[in-house]
Design a protein around this ligand. Structure first.
Ligand code: GRF
Length: 219
């Protein structure tokens, strides 16, 4: 079966991009990264893509009068590269309603908390301030509801008594690097389905994976 072509959108460091690039480098991994797009020319992640020989494109958001014109250019670049699934990896732009509608059910994000807890920014500080014992990471479908789309997979990570936002972020990031490639694999293996029940939010079902298989536990 042909490999699934993924496109990755970044804005900065790109450590999740690197985890995806490393996973895709394995001959038997069912996905490949066809394009990396950054809205910032100075994003460190661009160097990771170059090292793996993956094409990159910089689309500076400041060049556009409004969000939708930026989104349409990014989308056209992804489509020109044959991208089937868009993976957000530290992409710090909010889309216009057009983009998630255009890529409906073909766009995922990784967020460093156990959603629906702690949406938005300063997520690790939010978790520490709330006194939770467990936080983690979530891969979810992207909809117009910020950090609110159907959940694909989660990783649970302990919050330790002495944690600062920085130490917690480091521990969760390690889990992200395992979780994101796993979720990409499921998409590439065509296991991911959306289950709709009238009156309820859509749910993601992963065919052929035991119910607890969509959770990673990290000590
Ligand atoms: C990660 O913590 C990710 O969950 C969040 O932004 C951060 C990006 O880090 N959405 P990196 O650029 O992948 O290193």
């Amino acid at each position: 079966m042909a490999k699934l072509k993924a496109g990755v959108l970044i804005s900065g460091r790109g450590s999740n991009l690197l985890a995806l690039l490393e996973a895709c480098a394995a001959a038997d991994f069912p996905a490949e990264i066809a394009l990396v797009v950054s809205n910032r020319a100075e994003a460190d992640g661009l160097a990771h893509a170059a090292r793996f020989g993956v094409p990159t494109q910089i689309v500076p958001h400041g060049d556009f009068a409004d969000r939708e014109s930026f989104d349409r250019v990014v989308s056209a670049a992804l489509e020109a590269a044959g991208v089937e699934l868009v993976c957000l990896a530290g992409f710090m732009r909010i889309f216009s309603p057009w983009f998630p509608a255009h890529w409906a059910n073909r766009i995922i994000n990784i967020h460093p908390s156990l959603l629906p807890s702690f949406k938005g920014l300063h997520v690790h500080q939010q978790a520490i301030d709330a006194g939770v014992r467990v936080s983690g990471a979530t891969v979810h479908l992207v909809t117009n509801d910020l950090d609110g789309g159907p959940i694909v997979a989660q990783a649970a990570v302990p919050v330790l008594p002495d944690d600062t936002a920085r130490t917690l972020a480091t521990r969760i990031l390690q889990a992200e690097h395992a979780l994101y490639p796993l979720a990409l694999r499921w998409f590439a293996e065509r296991r991911v389905r959306l289950q709709s029940t009238p009156g309820k939010p859509d749910r993601v079902v992963i065919d052929g994976i035991a119910p607890d298989g969509a959770v990673l536990w990290q000590a």
